[in-house]
Design a protein around this ligand. Structure first.
Ligand code: HEC
Ligand code: HEC
Length: 330
């Protein structure tokens, strides 16, 4: 009898798993055809796009080969936008590759329409309709305004075309199936918040600059509710000896930035000025980081001040974080 029940349970479990698998593999991601929008390449847009690409939205950082042996993995400036192979040490679920997004027609995005680029950036759908792995932060870029995403596209078109074929990413099972739920079309008009509303503008920037993404802890791929900006997300691996944990950016007085003033906050971002201009030192367990300090060094004071003003309005969460848990341990 017991055995029969066990077999029945096992059978039921297999059928359920099969159904879940079939559902996940057949499910179509939310997507729509690319828009027919054509971006007018004005000098203002190219300039704004350059700033977002290089110093705010980290496109340059993620889509350019970098020197992993140095502090903050500085990018190889002569390969700007030509793509990057993510090392195993990054602890990602598969062999991840950031594609070549220079205007090279054969190996880059030279043949894409503006609408296709905008859809990839904000909605996570590749040219051929494939779902992009959300390491590409389209779930955050979804809030990027029409004007800003058009500026990024205008700037993309001015990059030097580099012929470099990057292999497509390979995502481990079952993560590859699960990410199908990540893309989402952007509806209607998306405005840039007014700069005079510093909190709203700061919230906007902290979304597209990845502060929210990296400084909110995740569980099984989703941000933990109630822990917005509370830090504690781990980057790197213990095995590689390089591990960094994001800091608590909520205004909690004991464990967050509740006692910092604006000047202190800005100074954090300027402390690596020399590294951003010259060559940073080797990466060690003591200084290892993934926080884009080098690109953010070029962020405007007013933008950092807006981010600070916004962070002061976030719900304080008590969460003590040791940002370099392997420092001093050999
Ligand atoms: C945190 C890293 C990261 C950031 C930041 C990032 N990307 Fe990506 N991007 C990726 C990865 C990884 C992929 C490929 C995902 C895959 O293979 O499924 C990708 C894919 C793309 C694609 C699709 C290209 C293709 O050939 O399919 C475009 C276009 C793109 N990114 C543009 C941008 C732009 C523009 C920005 C800045 C506004 C940006 N990305 C910021 C990591 C990043
Ligand atoms: C790719 C992930 C990532 C992104 C994007 C990111 N951070 Fe971080 N951040 C980290 C990690 C990891 C640390 C801890 C290691 C370090 O201090 O460098 C950190 C540290 C910090 C610290 C230093 C706290 C201290 O110990 O002094 C501040 C401040 C900070 N981040 C603010 C921000 C803001 C503001 C943004 C957006 C503009 C942002 N971060 C974007 C990962 C990230």
């Amino acid at each position: 009898m017991l055995k029969r029940i066990a077999v029945a349970f096992l059978f039921a479990a297999v059928v359920t798993l099969g159904a879940v698998y079939a559902y996940l593999s057949l499910r179509k991601p939310a997507m729509r055809p690319p828009s027919t929008r054509v971006v007018a390449r004005t000098p203002e847009r190219v300039e704004r796009g350059r700033y977002l690409f290089m110093n705010v939205a980290n496109c340059a950082e993620c889509h350019t080969e970098s020197d992993w042996t140095r502090f903050d993995a500085p990018i190889k400036k002569d390969a700007l936008g030509a793509g990057k192979i993510w090392p195993a040490e990054a602890g990602l679920p598969g062999a991840l590759v950031s594609p070549n997004i220079t205007p090279d027609a054969a190996t880059g995005v030279g043949g894409w329409t503006d609408g296709e680029l905008i859809r990839a950036i904000r909605e996570g759908i590749g040219r051929d309709g494939r779902v992009l792995f959300p390491l590409m932060p389209y779930t955050e870029f979804r809030s990027m305004s029409d004007e800003d995403v058009e500026s990024v596209v205008a700037f993309l078109r001015t990059l030097a075309p580099i012929s470099r074929k990057q292999e497509p990413s390979r995502i481990d099972f079952p993560v590859g199936l699960l990410v199908k739920s990540a893309p989402q079309p952007v509806d209607g008009v998306v405005e840039t918040p007014s700069r005079t509303d510093r909190v709203a503008y700061g919230r906007y920037l902290s979304m597209i600059a990845g502060c929210h993404s990296c400084h909110t802890p995740t569980k099984r791929g989703s941000h933990v509710e109630g822990m917005e900006y509370a830090g504690g997300e781990r980057f790197g691996t213990e095995k590689s000896g390089l591990l960094a944990v994001s800091f608590n950016l909520t205004p909690d007085k004991g464990t967050g930035i509740g006692t910092w003033d604006e000047k202190q906050f800005l100074e954090k971002f300027r402390q690596y000025r020399d590294y951003a201009q010259g060559a940073p030192p080797p990466a060690t367990p003591e200084n290892f980081t993934v926080m884009p300090w080098l690109p953010f060094n070029g962020m405007e004071d007013d933008d950092l001040k807006a981010i600070f003003a916004f962070l002061q309005t976030v719900k304080p969460v008590e969460n003590a974080v040791e940002t370099r848990p392997l420092a001093g341990k050999k």
